[in-house]
Design a protein around this ligand. Structure first.
Ligand code: AGP
Length: 606
């Protein structure tokens, strides 16, 4: 889950390498480095710590002209995060430099072979062997040497390579880790994702596994491992560069939560009118949806939680089986041949989560029907799934997923309603009305941010938290707990409300507050009993409840009110509240909300 960036051309400056890294830092941030070719040699600078450390080091040299350069921000897999293990890595001569995102599985044997043939190593990383392998094959053509070297690699990689002897060339390759190429006038760019390329061009090439690329001053050339030319057409990406900027907010996470009303509007545009849903992306599947008997949702993290909301939603409406699987578990389970009465839905904001991607590939090999729900155009999962519905939420930079979760929920509600339509099952009118007024309800939720912060101040010091909910709000409890733990490092756990008595209530005392999702729905009385049980153990209680609940204050230490809406949509309406609560707790604790420790935005390793 690292970020790589590279640039070649006649008019580029060193500072562009730093700027490119800053836009990728959310992908991994335990160390950073650059390498560039100028005056016939490769200069390398790398440090443990954030990109800001590197920026400080070069603050008076950002306008230095460079012919070609590569840069890297790291999420360590092999070798501790320190200066020596930071990328870029060079060969013995120091005239070839490499940056890499991924894991080389056979690096130990390759390293031993290279040591036996006289190479000396400086770092503990798998990446460094790539530089020495290229050196082994280098005979004056860096593109040719890379083609030969990567044939010996096993594992996942996206690499950028420069050579002091060929200052007008940037070479890259991809196997299993994301890589995007942008063509510029008289040169080009490589990056792990779209955001750092946007300032140069919106025409981008999405690199496939097995692609090797040479970017020189005249062309972008794609070949396979055996030298066969691969024709590629660029795709236009209509994201604005400012969309990947903080625009005055303290953190991207805060900005992205405030974008949620627009995310909902965009996701609904052209897809819902007079109680009818229209998902053009799957319009050919009408017959398939009519006969579907099983839906399997495969995802990780927050995307798994949106899949769980989908399960509860559809479960209320249709007698079909909806199974939600954690992708890192699903891909190792015993699988069977699949017919077209089973639909597989792969949910992934980044479209690059390796466990979800490998699950997709497994299902395709077994003949399953595959649908991706994602936020990133051109991402691998969306290019390998049979069909894709994009959530169009714009770049999500904060590591903790917020607006993408909301966009996923909207698309999943629309997918569920489409399946209902196909099976002639009617949804109540209030569902459609409330779905269409959701942007306004979200605007109102955002206005409660200060009130939520005041409550958060009373709980920011706790080391433990329990979230509980029932039915579709059990996944809300899951998501609330994940948000809190991943950005505030509080040990947040979650349970279905009815599970408390089966063990978890033993955890509760005055140091273990409970966040209860307790709308006035058909299980309200059951949840109220749960709350009373928790308070009998002196646990503090925050109730997230509907504003027709006039007794909440009698059994809660703090209450956050939400308006009433269709019961089906309560998980959607609760999302901004659980996100804002976690955001404020983390901010009050003085933490880096956008770049939590140990995490990265996209998990492209397994
Ligand atoms: C969400 O807040 C987390 N950062 C993480 O769980 C994320 O949802 C998970 O890694 C899945 O990512 P994806 O949606 O890009 O596949």
């Amino acid at each position: 889950m690292c970020g790589i960036f590279g640039i070649v051309g006649k008019k580029h400056r060193l500072g562009e390498l730093i700027d490119g890294l800053k836009k990728l830092e959310y992908r991994g941030y335990d160390s950073a480095g650059i390498a560039y070719v100028a005056n016939g040699r490769v200069d390398v600078a790398k440090q443990s710590g954030r990109v800001a450390v590197l920026e400080k080091m070069y603050e008076d040299r950002t306008s230095t002209f460079i012919n070609v350069g590569i840069a890297h921000t790291r999420w360590a897999t092999h070798g501790n995060p320190n200066d020596i293990n930071a990328h870029p890595h060079t060969d013995c001569t120091g005239r070839i430099a490499v940056v890499h995102n991924g894991i080389i599985e056979n690096f130990n044997e390759l390293k031993q072979q290279l040591i036996d043939s006289g190479h000396f190593f400086k770092s503990d990383t798998d990446t460094e062997i790539i530089a020495h392998l290229i050196e082994e094959y280098y005979g004056g053509d860096i593109f040719d040497a890379v083609k030969k070297a990567i044939k010996r690699l096993r594992g996942a990689f996206a690499i950028g390579v420069v050579s002091a002897d060929e200052p007008d060339k940037l070479v890259a390759a991809r196997e299993g880790s994301p890589l995007i190429v942008g063509k510029t006038e008289g040169g080009g760019i490589i990056a792990s994702d779209i955001t750092p390329i946007l300032k140069y061009t919106k025409e981008m090439y999405f690199v496939d596994d097995g692609d090797i690329i040479e970017i020189n001053l005249n062309e972008v050339r794609f070949e396979d491992y055996y030298g066969k030319r691969r024709q590629k057409e660029p795709q236009r990406i209509d994201w604005e560069e400012t969309a990947a900027e903080k625009s005055g907010y303290k953190f991207f996470m805060e900005k992205e939560i405030t974008e949620e009303p627009d995310v909902i509007k965009k996701a609904l545009t052209g897809r819902i009118s007079e109680g009818k849903i229209r998902l053009d992306e799957i319009s050919e599947w009408q017959e398939l949806l009519k006969k579907i008997k099983t839906i399997k949702v495969i995802a990780a993290g927050t995307s798994y939680h949106s899949g769980m909301v989908f399960k509860y939603f559809l479960n209320e409406l249709l007698p079909i089986s909806v199974e939600v699987e954690i992708s890192s578990e699903f891909r190792y389970m015993r699988q069977w041949e699949y017919d077209d009465e089973t639909l597989f839905v792969f949910i992934s904001q980044s479209g690059e989560t390796l466990d979800t991607l490998e699950s997709l590939r497994l299902v395709k090999r077994l003949g399953g029907k595959t649908l991706a729900i994602s936020n990133v155009v051109g991402s691998t999962i969306t290019r390998e799934a049979e069909k894709t519905i994009f959530i169009n939420a714009g770049p999500e930079i904060g590591v903790a997923s917020t607006k993408a979760y909301v966009g996923q929920l909207i698309v999943l509600y629309l997918l569920g309603a489409t399946i209902c339509q196909a099976k002639n099952c009617s949804l109540e009118t209030t569902f459609f009305q409330d779905l269409q007024r959701m942007p306004q309800l979200y605007e109102n939720a955002l206005k409660q941010s200060d009130e939520i912060r005041e409550i958060a101040k009373k709980y920011a010091h706790f080391l433990h938290f329990m979230y509980i909910g029932r039915k579709g709000n059990y996944p809300t409890a899951m998501e609330g707990a994940l948000k809190l733990k991943e950005i505030s490092y509080i040990n947040a756990t979650c349970y279905a409300g009815g599970e408390l008595k089966h063990g978890p209530i033993a955890l509760l005392d005055s140091e273990f507050p409970v966040f209860v999702i307790i709308p006035k729905d058909d299980l309200y009385q059951k949840m109220k009993s749960n709350v009373i049980e928790t308070r009998a153990r002196n646990a503090r209680c925050i109730s997230l409840t509907t504003n027709d609940n006039h007794e909440a204050k009698t059994f809660s230490d703090d209450v956050i009110y939400i308006p009433h809406c269709s019961d089906h949509l309560l998980p959607l309406l609760c999302a901004p509240y659980i996100q804002l609560f976690a955001y404020h707790i983390a901010d009050i604790r003085g933490l880096d909300v956008d770049k939590p420790r140990n995490l990265a935005k996209s998990v492209t390793v397994e």
